[in-house]
Each structure stands twice: as structure tokens, then as C-alpha cells.
Design a protein around this ligand. Structure first.
Ligand SMILES: NC(=O)c1ccc[n+]([C@@H]2O[C@H](COP(=O)([O-])OP(=O)(O)OC[C@H]3O[C@@H](n4cnc5c(N)ncnc54)[C@H](OP(=O)(O)O)[C@@H]3O)[C@@H](O)[C@H]2O)c1
Length: 280
């Protein structure tokens, strides 16, 4: 079993640097793969109300017999439940499905707010934390301006992360600087660029020096960065095993230089009705 390194942050944040993503994994797939992923050492699980799989995750966690304190469970509130009372109600529903008393991290899934802007929703998110429904709170898919607004409203150290698309083909340099300044972890979603990294000849060549695949190089590159966590998803146990087998090799300056030279302008996840004006 692999021990995944922890990112320490404000308010006692202890986030495993590698998580298990669950977008597009059906409840049956979760029942099949998640017990094996837990055996491999995954403890950080990323879900969302929108993924429609919280109940199966709750079932597996319940049957795992693992100590609650060893787990790091994230869920996200869907934007149609951003009205303050509705947000709290939705979190109670998520917790019931997940069979948990609290989640470790509660995120706003997309920055889609009505006329009153983001503050009432941020207030409700902080309220969820104050009530003990979530240990930590954060945002997802916020651009720089929205991140600054949220930090200004909530106060320094209140938000733990901004979960955004980040991989070898998307630079996110300006956003990373802003997150660093405010002490926020960048949680990298689509860390394999939806499997586009698999056949990349540069990553392949780098990996061949260490007996690793291109996917492993893509993930290693992320988690070697300060305060970056990655949450790859897979329905395949061999891939799950490979994706956590990242801690016995490291990239050289030369490897990093070659990865830095890859095209960094490929953004995959940009749903028209949800996405903000991205920064780059
Ligand atoms: N906050 C947000 O708005 C947001 C948006 C998107 C995603 N996310 C989160 O981020 C997680 C990851 O993103 P994602 O699932 O979209 O993309 P991803 O992790 O970049 O890619 C997943 C794809 O890569 C394949 N794969 C995984 N490991 C592999 C390996 N070792 N070798 C070859 N192929 C491999 C998987 O197929 P197999 O099943 O065949 O392995 C799957 O097709 C999601 O599950 C979700 O938790 C959040």
C-alpha cells in the first residue's frame, strides 16, 4: 500500500497530494473500483453532487472499515443550490448519501451566481464550515478575479483550494501565482488532460528513463509542484495502480525543461453556460 504525501495548509488542512477523481464513474463502477483503490492507498476521494455517485461512495467507505480520520473526502455544491438555505440543505443531503458527519472539503463547483453575486453563497459556505458540515471550504473553476473577490470576502486562510483544470498542456501561471499569494492549494482536475497525455512522445521518452509511463510522468510533474494536488480518474484497476505509483522517482531539471516547452494553451473543460472568462 502506498502512503501518499500530505499537503499541509491553513486551518489544519491535511490534503493527500494525490486523490481519486470520480467524474463519470457510475455507481456500479464505484462499487467495483473504489474498494481496490482504497486498498492501494488512495484516501483522498473527489466527488460532487453533480456526479450522481455520492451514495455508492458512501456505501464503499462505510464497508471499508477505514478510520474516518484517515480519509479526505471532497464534494461540490451544484450551482442550482447556491441560495444560502438551499446550499445548507444540499450539503446535508450529500452527507446523508456519503454516510458522513462532515466532508473534509466542500467546494462551489462553478462560479455561476445570480444578481446578488457570490457573497451570499460564500457566506453560506462559511456557515456550513462553522456548523461542522465541512472541515475546509473552497471553490472550483474560479478565475483570478473571482478568486481574489472570494478571498477578500471570506478573509485570508478561510479558503483551502481552487480546483481547476491543470496539466502539462495548460500553464495556469498567473492563477498559480495568485493562489500561492493567498496560500491556496491548486487541486488539478483533468490532470491527464483526459488521457491525451498517454501518447505524448516527449512524456514517453522522459518516462522511459525511469521505467514509467507518460501518464505517470504527467502526474509526477504536477505533484512535484508546491501546493498542487492531482485527482486523476480511472475505471481501470491497472491504471489506478499506476497512478499512485509515483513516489519512487523524480523528474530532473532537464525533464522539467522539456515539459515546460510543451504547448501550454490546451483547455479541455469549458462548458459554455458555466465557464467564466478564463485568464489564459
Ligand atoms: N471541478 C470540476 O469542474 C471538475 C471538472 C472535471 C473533472 N473534475 C475532477 O477531476 C477528476 C479527473 O478528471 P477527468 O476524469 O475528467 O480527467 P483525467 O483524470 O485527466 O482523465 C481520465 C481519463 O484518463 C484515463 N486514464 C486514467 N489513468 C490512466 C492511465 N494510467 N493510463 C491511461 N489512461 C488513463 C481514464 O480512462 P480509464 O478509465 O480507461 O483509465 C479516463 O479516460 C474527475 O474525475 C473529477 O473528480 C473536476
Amino acid at each position: 500500500m502506498t502512503d501518499v504525501p500530505i499537503i499541509a495548509g491553513s486551518n489544519g488542512l491535511n490534503m493527500p497530494t494525490l486523490g481519486f477523481g470520480t467524474f463519470q464513474l457510475s455507481e456500479q463502477t464505484i462499487r467495483d473500483i473504489l474498494p481496490q483503490a482504497l486498498e492501494l492507498g488512495y484516501r483522498h476521494i473527489d466527488t460532487a453532487q453533480f456526479y450522481d455517485n455520492e451514495a455508492a461512495i458512501g456505501e464503499v467507505l462505510d464497508q471499508s472499515g477505514l478510520d474516518r480520520s484517515s480519509l479526505f473526502i471532497t464534494t461540490k455544491v451544484w450551482f442550482d443550490r447556491y441560495e444560502p438555505e438551499e446550499l445548507i440543505r444540499s450539503v446535508h443531503e450529500s452527507l446523508e448519501r456519503l454516510r458522513l458527519e462532515h466532508v473534509d472539503l466542500l467546494l462551489l463547483h462553478w462560479p455561476v451566481f445570480g444578481g446578488r453575486g457570490m457573497n451570499p453563497t460564500l457566506e453560506a459556505l462559511m456557515h456550513a464550515r462553522a456548523q461542522g458540515l465541512a472541515r475546509h471550504i473552497g471553490v472550483s473553476n474560479f478565475n483570478i478575479d473571482q478568486t481574489e473577490q472570494a478571498v477578500n470576502y471570506c478573509g485570508q486562510d478561510e479558503l483551502a483550494t481552487n480546483q481547476v483544470e491543470y496539466h502539462v498542456y495548460l500553464g495556469q501561471e498567473r492563477l498559480r501565482r495568485v493562489l500561492g499569494r493567498h496560500n491556496l492549494v491548486l487541486t488539478a482536475y483533468m490532470p491527464l488532460a483526459k488521457a491525451r497525455t498517454i501518447n505524448d512522445p516527449v512524456l514517453w521518452e522522459i518516462g522511459s528513463q525511469y521505467g514509467k509511463t507518460s501518464a505517470q510522468v504527467a502526474l509526477r510533474w504536477l505533484i512535484e509542484q508546491d501546493r498542487v494536488a492531482a485527482i486523476p480518474a480511472t475505471s481501470n484497476i491497472y491504471h489506478a495502480r499506476a497512478n499512485i505509483d509515483l513516489f519512487k522517482f523524480s523528474l530532473s531539471d532537464e525533464d522539467r525543461g522539456r515539459i515546460a516547452a510543451l504547448d501550454k494553451r490546451i483547455r479541455i473543460c469549458t462548458p459554455e453556460e458555466l465557464a467564466p472568462d478564463w485568464d489564459d
